[in-house]
Ligand binder design. Structure first.
Ligand code: GLV
Ligand code: MG
Length: 313
């Protein structure tokens, strides 16, 4: 599982940002050809991105490129130029404003063609699909199952809020007048269910008030609590917050590893299916919950600070 706690959006038209991004502690660098790049700058942005991927040092990061959506004239050229130019330095392409599964399959087929023609390993480059409007959400289950290349579903709150006429201009915050709950709950949960059904990651989109790190933490914390794996970041100030919020706390991580050890000992040595760990009952379902927390902690580089001592019997 690639870690995607923090996914930094970097405009491909800005060589300085492409350079700077390499020094940031993000799990994924998302080099953008879409909405952060002006139409007149698309060609130059493709060249900048290919050069940055080939010559830059992206070690430790997932290298993703967001191409333009299929309602534009740019998508096929984005894919061909980036993958022919730097295919072995790209881990995933992000397809924005996906409408239905046929668009994901189109990208899968085109990638296979380019890989075959250029001697690249077939199927290595993954796909992330952005869910950004009502049609995408209605089709989200089919989109999630559209290709074995899919690695993540990504919520695009700005486009989504525009598409459903939500009455606010502040991306990620509750629309004024809506006080009964979380206006994003339904959307986030549908994306999460579709993602989990097909073993994909679920990633929350950007929070545009980049100076408000507390606001970022609050909104990211909601998605993380539901089970989301990460969130887009737009500014270095948001990076540490994302890495923290989407990793378990040290205490939860230690606890999860302890549950795994205790349960392993109980089922193999003592041959029991349910045991007490302190005041807590641990069974097969708790083991599964602990596995998730432990996997996220390990992926985030946490180390155990406590060890399991088998009970003396
Ligand atoms: C991201 O692409 C968004 O629309 O929020
Ligand atoms: Mg968008």
């Amino acid at each position: 599982m690639r870690s995607r706690r923090s996914c930094l959006s970097v405009p491909g038209s800005n060589p300085r940002f492409l350079e700077k991004a390499q020094g940031l502690d993000v799990d994924e660098a998302m080099l953008d050809l879409e909405d952060s790049v002006a139409p007149a700058a698309k060609d130059a942005a493709r060249r900048n991105i290919v050069a940055a991927l080939r010559e830059g040092d992206w070690s430790g990061k997932v290298r993703a490129v967001r191409v333009n959506d299929l309602a534009t004239p740019w998508t096929y050229r984005d894919v061909i130029d980036v993958v022919e130019g730097a295919g072995d330095s790209v881990d995933a392409l992000i397809l924005p404003k996906v409408q239905d599964p046929s668009q994901v399959r189109w990208l899968d087929t085109l990638l296979t063609q380019i890989e075959l023609a250029n001697g690249l390993e077939t199927g290595r480059i993954g796909i992330e699909a952005q869910i950004e409007d009502a049609r995408a959400l209605v089709n989200v289950n089919a989109i999630a199952g559209a290709s074995p290349r899919l690695e993540a579903l990504v919520f695009g709150p700005a486009d989504f809020m525009a598409s459903i006429n939500m009455r606010t201009l502040v991306v990620g915050e509750q629309p004024p007048g809506y006080t009964e709950g979380d206006a994003y709950h339904y959307t986030l949960m549908r994306i999460l269910m579709a993602a989990r059904t097909y073993d994909l990651q679920a990633i929350d989109g950007p929070y545009l008030q980049i100076k408000d790190v507390d606001g970022f933490r609050r909104v990211a914390g909601r998605a993380a609590a539901l089970g989301f794996d990460g969130k887009w970041v737009l500014h270095p100030a948001q990076v540490d917050a994302a890495n923290e919020v989407f990793a378990p706390t040290q205490e939860d991580y230690d606890h999860a590893e302890l549950i795994l050890d205790a349960y392993e000992h109980a089922t193999t040595v003592d041959r029991r299916g349910a045991i007490m760990l302190g005041d807590e009952m641990v069974d097969e379902a708790s083991r599964k919950m602990a596995l998730v927390v432990a996997a996220k902690g390990r992926a985030a580089g946490l180390r155990r600070t406590s060890t399991f001592t088998p009970p003396s019997s």
